[in-house]
Design a protein around this ligand. Sequence first.
Ligand SMILES: Cc1ncc(COP(=O)(O)O)c(C=O)c1O
Length: 419
Amino acid sequence: MSTDPKAGLRPETLAVAYGYDPEMGMGSVKPPIFMTSTFVYPSAQHAKHVHEAYFDGTGPLVGATNHIYSRLGHPGLDFLEKRLAAIDGAEEAVAYSSGMAAHSSIALAYIRTGDSVLHGRPIYGGVDMLYNAIMPQFGSHATAYLDGTDEAGVRAAADAAMAQGPLKLIIVETPANPTAAIVDLDLMVRIADEVGAKQGHRPLVVVDNTLLGPFAQRPIAHGVDLCMTSLTKYCGGHSDLLAGGITGRKELIDHLRMQRTTWGNHLDPYTSWLVLRSLESVAVRTERAMDNARGVAEFLRDHPKVAGVTYLGFLKEGTRQRAVYDRQCKAAGSTFSFHLYGGEAEAFRMLDQMKLLKLAVSLGGSETLICHSASTTHYAVAREQRLAGGITDGTMRLSVGLEHVDDLIADLRQALEAV
Ligand SMILES: Cc1ncc(COP(=O)(O)O)c(C=O)c1O
């Protein structure tokens, strides 16, 4: 019989209690918050052994639970990282102070002067800036593919990226923010293998799983190397914290965790506790939000002032995108875009009329949020690049929450009358 306490348990079950043992917290059913910046040692020799285990991975305390200083790690991070890894079906996890802290740490860990990065478009504006504005200042290059289900197109983009320099990272956001464009994870893993054979070292496939979250899509099961999630969104789930997580193989995560010690962008004890608690309900919260999203998307699809709705649940049978969706996603999510006839003026008139829906960026909270993509989340992305990614001047992003669906539709209906 397996001695692994998580053997045979489903992610929904692991999300409720895995990672924390009441014995660690004086019998408390829920984990305490260890509000401390530093940890005490029983002797000088013990202190040396703790440091040896942390920095060299040797000595008598390897594998023991010991802490040094909260920037290097603390009990709340241990609980959270164990749970995150278990939910994603990965060996290990590392948690950061935001989703962008996680993305930046991957870039800094793996990109050197002259290296190349391949990414999709559209992609979250912060990631776009990271690879197209910040990292090029250190001498790296970025190349984009536009359809992550088109094998020939992605291969051509990978070849173009390799022509610029050694391809080190393939960054995949699927579904992509804000249009819910889908990327084929199996294809990306195949392309990484091919690139590896061509250039002699395989690039890492990094998937941003923020938009569907850990229950509706399981990238690690498709063989990707790192799965990144902005925990600020569905996992946190209440728009009251910022956090990021990365899961993957032990050797990759160990490397990131060791570098986090120096970058200093770990997740603090209180926020670690909040995320751990929120993970318990993310499966049921997202189910409800996804039901609501379908109702809202159907209403918008049939509205005469709406030119189109990019919602995964509407992907047509027989298309490449639908085949990928059926293979890769368990549900359509609750963040999607709709495109108004007209442009910014029409969009702004509608937004200024909303009463229940909140005009705010971000997604995955209990409340429904709406924003005009071109003037907010993708403000810093050049217009032609936005258009290439399917973001028009009339594109609005919706993150559907947990309210009653009829109230959401009623608010959208009255606001659309102002357009
Ligand atoms: C897809 C995606 N990835 C990453 C991020 C960055 O996450 P954070 O805001 O937690 O830094 C966001 C934020 O909106 C996002 O939408």
